[in-house]
Design a protein around this ligand. Structure first.
Ligand SMILES: Cc1cc2nc3c(=O)[nH]c(=O)nc-3n(C[C@H](O)[C@H](O)[C@H](O)COP(=O)(O)OP(=O)(O)OC[C@H]3O[C@@H](n4cnc5c(N)ncnc54)[C@H](O)[C@@H]3O)c2cc1C
Length: 566
């Protein structure tokens, strides 16, 4: 619960005057007073410190020291009071404080709300209308709402608006443009680089658009842009159908689809975006627009692999769906020393085997002791031993563990292997040819040099239905790649960050001569020449679509597609 202003004296057991003196910076705070003050304000001390760091990092003159950090505040600078820091606000008047406290109280009870005056930056909210569930920095849900899946990042948006309707999204785009602040769309929040959360801007969260409507007669599903993968699989399963998509339960359908969408059913049914029939979105003017083969065909082309956050904010996707029932899951492991032989056998088999079979390969560092392959097969389990034979001929594999189970149970098992929040750095590359012995030994050397047991390389086969589509037919360019590689590092102790990130950077560079491009959904802020890496020969057409549908580059952020002339 966030405190109302008038409750603070009672909560602190002090007078109104004492609170006022703190508010206006008249009195400074003893460190021992910080804890009860934070408690009274409904914010943890940790969150207070994080916000303070954020504010000071952006403007070191806004110090709690009247002289500024370097002894003298520059003319016109403001001094940050502890109360302001707790609320993540600039200096305020008592009137705006009370008004915003009322707004916070309203936001916890009324839904949807019309945006009340923002305490953080009162000028922001005076024009335009922000609707939906609006979460301001002083609100009780703010610290959860600003969380990013990759906990390596900690960002402080000016506000988060959770949209329940298309109108909420329209209002949010218009409002952010009126305020001239940056904004980002967020669906599942799983961007590797946390690109869906922006400092000092508006996060337009579509998680309230979470309906899925299945039309079994047409074999179609209309899916809200805020639906997450495991929920989607469960909903579709009730109708005996599914969609080829990713494995992680919390990944959002929007980010996944817009970048392509690779999963265990993609060799059979294509990328997630290959199953798209239509997309409804809110454009740069806040207007709604439908894209399909028949309407705005160029935009529809770009939305199938061009990556999230580039052309508009999607509100619904219409997909074709596929009947699904029982499947088989198989797992095999090998001793780590078999790595080169197994990798070579896998790459000559997994992209070419029967489309109904998809087998990933996971290679942790030698400390893990084993390497493993997980396979999903949509045919009869008794066909599997023959299909797996070329892979099992390599090295000294364990006896394959094969289970026959309902697809939904398989999806849950695969999702369970996806892991939880962590600090991480991942990047990707694509192999268009089998890796040469030299390339394999470079990869193996990289794995041997991994700094911790949680570094690994994941390989996932393409081919099958993905490769039957021309690379220029949608924006996803890597149709002819045999498999993708992900160089992955995870850490929980901040002291490991530098070595882990360096390991990923070094492996990416060492493997560059043997690989091509990268997958935009495994977005990497440090990737050299990211435009051509993600989009290859499709970049030019993507830039044309960008110029046509977002000429003012309203949807911009790190690694968004530039228009022609920008
Ligand atoms: C644990 C994990 C497992 C993964 N597994 C797979 C996998 O199996 N297969 C695969 O292909 N990928 C996988 N990915 C990558 C995943 O596809 C991308 O990270 C994807 O961008 C996440 O989408 P999101 O909606 O969850 O993320 P968000 O962070 O919400 O969004 C990602 C990008 O899309 C934009 N965006 C979000 N919503 C919208 C919208 N409504 N309209 C327009 N733009 C929008 C955001 O601004 C951002 O730029 C995985 C990622 C993680 C973290």
């Amino acid at each position: 619960m966030t405190a109302r202003a008038e409750d603070l004296p009672a909560r602190l057991g002090t007078s109104q005057n004492a609170v006022s003196n703190l508010e206006i910076g008249e009195r400074r705070l003893d460190v021992l007073e910080l804890r009860p003050l934070c408690a009274a304000l409904g914010i943890s001390v940790e969150a207070f410190v994080a916000r303070l760091e954020h504010v000071l990092a952006k403007d070191p003159w806004r110090s709690t020291s009247p002289q500024g950090p370097y002894g003298r505040a520059p003319p016109g600078s403001t001094i940050l009071t502890p109360m302001e820091t707790a609320m993540h606000t600039p200096r305020i008047t008592r009137r705006t404080f009370l008004a915003s406290s009322a707004a916070v109280a309203a936001s916890t009870t009324a839904h949807p709300i019309i945006a009340a005056p923002s305490r953080r930056a009162p000028s922001l909210s005076r024009s335009g209308t922000l609707t939906g569930r609006v979460i301001w920095p002083q609100g009780p849900d703010y610290d959860e709402a600003r969380l990013t899946f990759n906990t390596r990042y900690s960002r402080f948006p000016a506000a988060v608006v959770v949209c329940d309707t298309t109108e909420d999204v329209q209002n949010a785009v218009r409002w952010a443009r009126q305020q001239n602040i940056p904004f980002r769309a967020r669906s599942g929040g799983h961007s590797y680089e946390a690109f869906s959360v922006v400092d000092d801007g508006l996060v337009i969260d579509v998680s309230g658009l979470d309906a899925t409507v299945v039309d079994t007669a047409r074999g179609e599903a209309v899916v809200g842009a805020g639906v997450r993968l495991l929920d989607l699989y469960r909903h579709l399963w009730n109708f005996g159908v599914t969609l080829p998509a990713g494995t992680c339960p919390g990944v959002g359908i929007a980010g996944l689809t817009l970048g392509g969408g690779i999963g265990f059913l993609s060799r059979r049914y294509g990328l997630t975006c290959d199953n798209l029939l239509a997309v409804d979105l809110v454009d740069a003017n806040g207007d709604t627009l439908r894209a399909s083969v028949d309407e705005h065909g160029d935009l529809f082309w770009a939305l199938r692999g061009g990556g999230g956050g580039n052309f508009g904010i999607v509100t619904t996707f219409t997909f074709q769906v596929h009947p699904i029932a029982e499947v088989a899951l198989a797992t095999v492991t090998w001793p780590w020393d078999d790595v080169a032989e197994v990798l070579d056998a896998w790459q000559r088999w997994a992209p070419f085997v029967d489309n109904r079979l998809t087998a990933s390969l996971g290679i942790a560092n030698p400390g893990a002791g084993v390497i493993s392959s997980t396979a999903l097969f949509t045919g009869a389990p008794d066909e599997l031993p023959t299909l797996l034979a070329p892979l099992l001929a390599a090295g000294t594999p364990s006896a394959p563990q094969i289970q026959s189970l309902p697809f939904m149970a398989a999806a849950e098992q695969l999702a369970g292997a996806g892991g939880g929040h962590a600090n991480f750095k991942n990047t990707s590359a694509l192999a268009y040819e089998p890796l040469s012995p030299q390339a394999i030994s470079t990869l193996v050397d990289g794995l041997r040099a991994a700094p911790t047991a949680s570094n690994l390389v994941g390989l996932f086969p393409l081919g099958g239905a993905i490769a039957t589509i021309d690379p220029a037919a949608t924006a996803f360019p890597h149709r002819r790649a045999l498999f993708d590689l992900q160089y992955q590092a995870y850490w929980w102790d901040a002291s490991e960050e530098q070595t882990d990130v360096a390991w990923v950077d070094d492996l990416r560079a060492a493997m560059a001569p043997y690989t091509t491009g990268a997958y935009v959904n495994y977005i990497d802020a440090d990737l050299p020449n990211w435009e051509t890496a993600y989009y290859g020969p499709n970049l030019d057409r993507l830039m044309q679509v960008k110029s046509a549908f977002d000429p003012d580059d309203v949807f911009n952020g790190p690694q968004t597609i530039p228009g022609h002339g920008s």
